[in-house]
Ligand binder design. Structure first.
Ligand SMILES: [Zn+2]
Length: 248
């Protein structure tokens, strides 16, 4: 494999930077939309889960209440039966036994009534919450639809440009050494999307700190990869800038 010259390496890195800057500009046009959409989607999922939970609770609550109602009716019937039996018994012992049965049934019935009152209250609260969440869901869903539509339109508008840039990026990327690429991407991430910068009026084009004249002379030789001693970005000469423009 042919050894890649430092000059070519710098050219490709700067060309990659140019493409990435343009891709960043396209992303910036989309602004916060992707993040907003992710947030809204999460909110929709959360509301749907809450609504499902409430519906399940209300459904089960109704079943429990119907069962309790039946049991209360049955208890009332039992109490009636015991009372009529009391009129027919011969001994006090039998009479007292029935009184005890009646008391037990009455207590059970009262307990159920109380439980049902509490459950009814909970169901009412759940229904109010359900209304609130449903209203919120329709609002959030509406906003999500709108934002997604916005993003789709923006994507459509910039699709061609993005594809072209991605294609160009790929062509350059395959020519860059793997380790250089890793280094480039690390700096790019750490330094707000700017990893390779030209020297402008004796200063680093990234952080604008002065570059010593001796170093500028060395950088102009394009024979070594230099980084800014202040920000760590890769510095390139004007010659590299010009030559790399011909690549893209
Ligand atoms: Zn710098």
């Amino acid at each position: 494999m042919r050894e890649i010259t430092v000059e070519n390496k710098l050219k490709y890195l700067y060309a990659l930077q140019q493409i990435d800057t343009q891709l960043q500009e396209v992303q910036e046009l989309k602004g916060d939309l992707p993040a907003i959409i992710a947030d809204l989607s999460a909110k929709v999922d959360e509301l749907k889960a809450k609504i499902k939970e409430l519906n399940t609770f209300i459904k089960q609550g109704k079943i429990d209440r119907d069962n309790a109602d039946l049991e209360i009716i049955e208890l009332a019937e039992k109490i009636e039966k015991y009372k009529s039996q009391q009129l027919q018994v011969k001994s006090n012992k039998q009479y007292d036994a029935l009184t005890k049965e009646i008391e037990t049934a009455e207590q059970k019935s009262e307990k159920l009534e109380k439980e049902m009152e509490i459950l009814e209250g909970k169901i009412q609260v759940a229904k109010t919450d359900l209304d609130t969440f449903n209203a919120e869901l329709s609002e959030v869903s509406g906003e999500l639809d709108e934002r997604q539509k916005e993003l789709r339109e923006l994507n459509k508008e910039h699709e061609k440009e993005e594809l072209k840039l991605q294609h160009e990026r790929e062509k350059i990327r395959v020519r860059v050494d793997k380790r250089d690429l890793e280094r480039y991407e690390l700096i790019l991430k750490a330094k707000g999307g700017k990893a390779v910068v030209p020297i402008k009026r004796g200063a680093c084009g990234g952080c604008f700190n002065r570059v010593p004249p001796q170093k500028i002379l060395e950088i102009r030789q394009n024979s070594r990869l230099y980084v800014c001693e202040h920000c760590g970005r890769i510095l390139v000469s004007d010659e590299i800038v010009e030559k790399s423009l011909a690549l893209t």
